[in-house]
Design a binder for this molecule. Sequence first.
Ligand code: FNR
Length: 181
Amino acid sequence: MKILAVVGSLRAGSFNRQLASEAAKMLPQGVIMEIVDGGNLPLFNEDLEYPPPEAVTRLREKVKSADGIWFFTPEYNHFFPGNLKNMIDWLSRPVSPTEGQVLQGKPAAISGASPGISGTGIAQDHLRVILSYLDMKIMNQPRLIIPNVLNQVDAGGKLVLKESLPYLQKIVNSFVSFIIG
Ligand code: FNR
């Protein structure tokens, strides 16, 4: 089984990217995770759609070959970041006149961490709306919302999960079961 982790941050030290890496370490045997972000995608422009940029084709192939997509999103101004919206806009478009968009029917999970008290919960709700519109099969529970993430970050900026650790393990197990169906 393969899970594609889509990280909504381009920041090198991103807590959300680190959260995805921590999740990858907890996967049961036989399940692998690949982590991607939207840093190499051009801004969506209908003039660029056909033929699509190579980076878009590569991302679509990764989505197609994945059994589930796990979004790790920061919260920017109570929303998910623009670069994640850009990724989703590219993925939401038909591959060709004979092939539809690649997100339809894919199992999806949403998680996130932030230094603030909302812990990405509001961004996650917004993301849920758009993924639902794109007909993804969203796991609504359990949710992983990590507020005050700096309490679980060491002086070097490394995420060192403490109280959130069992919740991360729980959502890993739940998402694998959800994908199996
Ligand atoms: C933020 N941040 C933030 N945090 C939050 O909890 N709610 C919010 O609405 C916002 N808004 C916001 C806007 C912008 C433009 C920035 C740059 C930041 C703080 C944000 O959660 C923090 O920078 C995280 O560390 C970003 O996630 P990564 O990059 O660590 O994954």
